[in-house]
Ligand binder design. Structure first.
Ligand code: PBG
Length: 326
């Protein structure tokens, strides 16, 4: 009698055995929670397109950070929503702008026990909604934008950011920000570069969350990456590393698992994946309809992102996952 090879199922026979031989696992240390702070808000405002997420006031932001810290999370990624916007995004570098106020307060409260990562971009602060300054013809001007990014980086670091995270996809942004930070004596502030950031339809709910509308129904395809390209992402990562990126990000996550794996194979620096608003909202919406188990899907998707090669994951599920991992 010829018996089948049972080595695969044999190791799947109990929870304990499955856990013992698991190749990957998710830890609360892997998770970064994105948070929004809105100038002038008197309390948390629910974001309609992202059930369970809020535009926070300064007070509710601090309360949420206490909750996240108690759950064991080590880092938050902050986005600021200013009351006033203009052509150059002045509020992004204003010492008393919404992001800087929030950073100062959280850094005072939490010191180094909760890492503050500041999204570094202009789109929430410009009245045209683009990530950079515009030329008279309406196109985004790379090099004058770099000067602004340097100013924003220094304002954020001065206010208490532990890590700055440029997300604007301008050429040369990592070098410009590194030089500006070094010149302002922030040589120890790391840069988390959104290196491979695709022009994705999955950012839809986020634009609602931050009240950003691109002028004239425009889009970001002239600076964010084309979803058709893989090699180009490797080139972006190489350039950002050469310019001094300390960590690199791939964004979105699930539709770009090949890019995460490619990044992992290419560099020794930490790889961060951003499980974006659309990825979150799709699961939440299906959950509300009773089509799937949100907690189980969130865990499976996050584990898939780790398996592809990410060290860290920015996800709106961070608090729920941290609770499940208790
Ligand atoms: C730009 C920025 C965006 C996101 C993070 N930073 C939006 C965009 O590029 O249009 C998207 C995040 C998400 O969808 O969760 N500042």
């Amino acid at each position: 009698m010829d018996f089948p090879d049972r080595r695969l199922r044999r190791l799947r026979s109990s929870d304990a055995l499955r856990q013992l031989v698991a190749e990957y696992s998710l830890s609360v240390n892997d998770l970064i929670a994105p948070l929004f702070v809105r100038e002038g808000a008197s309390g948390p405002v629910p974001i309609a397109t992202m059930p369970g997420q809020f535009q926070h006031s300064e007070d509710s932001l601090e309360a949420e950070c206490h909750r996240l810290k108690a759950l064991g999370l080590k880092a938050v990624l902050l986005f600021g929503l200013p009351l006033t916007k203009d052509a150059v995004g002045s509020e992004a570098s204003n010492r008393d702008g919404v992001m800087q106020q929030a950073l100062r307060r959280l850094r005072n409260t939490f010191g180094d026990s909760l890492l503050l990562i500041s999204d570094l971009c202009l789109d929430e602060y410009t009245n045209h909604g683009h990530c950079g300054l515009l030329r008279p013809d309406g196109s985004v001007d790379n090099d004058s934008t770099l000067v602004r990014y340097g100013e924003v980086a220094v304002a954020q670091a001065n206010a208490g950011a532990h890590i700055v995270a440029p997300s604007g996809m301008m050429d040369g942004q990592v070098r410009a920000i590194r030089q500006a930070l070094d010149a302002a004596h922030h040589e120890m502030t790391p840069i988390l570069a959104y290196s491979a950031k695709y022009a994705s339809a999955l950012y839809g709910p986020f634009r609602d969350a931050v009240d950003v509308e691109i002028v004239g129904g425009g889009n970001r395809r002239a600076y964010q990456q084309d979803p058709a390209n893989f090699r180009e992402a490797m080139a972006e990562i190489d350039l950002d590393l050469a310019e001094g990126a300390d960590l690199v990000m791939v964004k979105p996550a699930l539709t770009y698992l090949d890019v995460i794996a490619g990044a992992r194979a290419r560099t020794t620096v930490p790889i961060v994946a951003y499980h974006v608003s659309g990825e979150y909202s799709m699961v939440k919406a299906a959950g509300e309809l009773g089509y799937l188990d949100v907690a189980a899907v969130a865990m499976e998707q996050t584990l898939a992102i780790k398996r592809a090669g990410a060290d860290l994951i920015c996800t709106y599920f961070a608090a729920d996952l941290a609770e499940a991992l208790q």
